[in-house]
Design a protein around this ligand. Structure first.
Ligand code: 5GP
Length: 167
């Protein structure tokens, strides 16, 4: 019986070392393919961007110096279609006055009102865009979060089945 138990645990050990080498191989393949898979342009842009409080392209969009397709505007918030849509509906919702909000990680107590307003506006636009079956809100933050524009913005994505987990 003890022998049988021993045999069983040996077999278990063999199996787990086989599992380990299989996951080693899978890991190596992942590393190798990462050298050949071209980086998504959004990721490339995010890695090239330096976190900063310098003016961004969104200032020019707010000031209408460069064109955008505006889907919603009020005194505090502007929402326009993303130039490189990742879904049939891809809208960016931004505060008109950045007030230090280069990203969500810079939020302070005084920003609670505008943060709530951005989310509520996202809900209004989702309704306006007919996203009755669901949508997704994304806020990228910092280089690891793939943020490329340092003026806080909420992505509203919808119009297709979205997948989980995100990349
Ligand atoms: P982030 O990567 O910082 O979360 O998102 C920035 C978004 O801004 C990206 O999805 C990018 O496509 C969008 N974007 C960058 N430049 C422009 C532009 O000039 N016009 C518009 N409409 N979207 C832009």
């Amino acid at each position: 019986m003890a022998e049988k138990e021993g045999m069983r645990s040996d077999a278990g050990l063999k199996k787990s070392s086989a599992d380990r080498s299989r996951s080693d191989i899978i890991g190596r393949i992942a590393v190798l393919t990462s050298h050949f898979t071209p980086m998504a342009p959004e990721k490339e842009a995010a890695l090239a961007a330096t976190p900063s409080d310098a003016p961004t392209i969104f200032d020019k969009i707010i000031n209408k110096e460069i064109p955008s397709i505006v889907v919603y505007e009020d005194d505090k918030v502007l929402a326009f279609r993303d130039i490189a849509p990742q879904a049939p509906v891809h809208v960016l919702i931004i505060p008109k006055i950045r007030d230090g909000l280069t990203g969500l990680s810079k939020a302070e107590g005084r920003h609670c009102e505008i943060l709530g307003r951005l989310l509520y506006t996202a809900k209004l636009i989702a309704k306006q865009e007919g996203l009755d079956e669901g949508f997704r809100i994304v806020i990228n933050d910092g280089p690891k979060g793939c943020q490329s524009v340092y003026h806080l913005h909420v992505h509203l994505l919808g119009g297709r089945q979205l997948n989980w987990p995100p990349g």
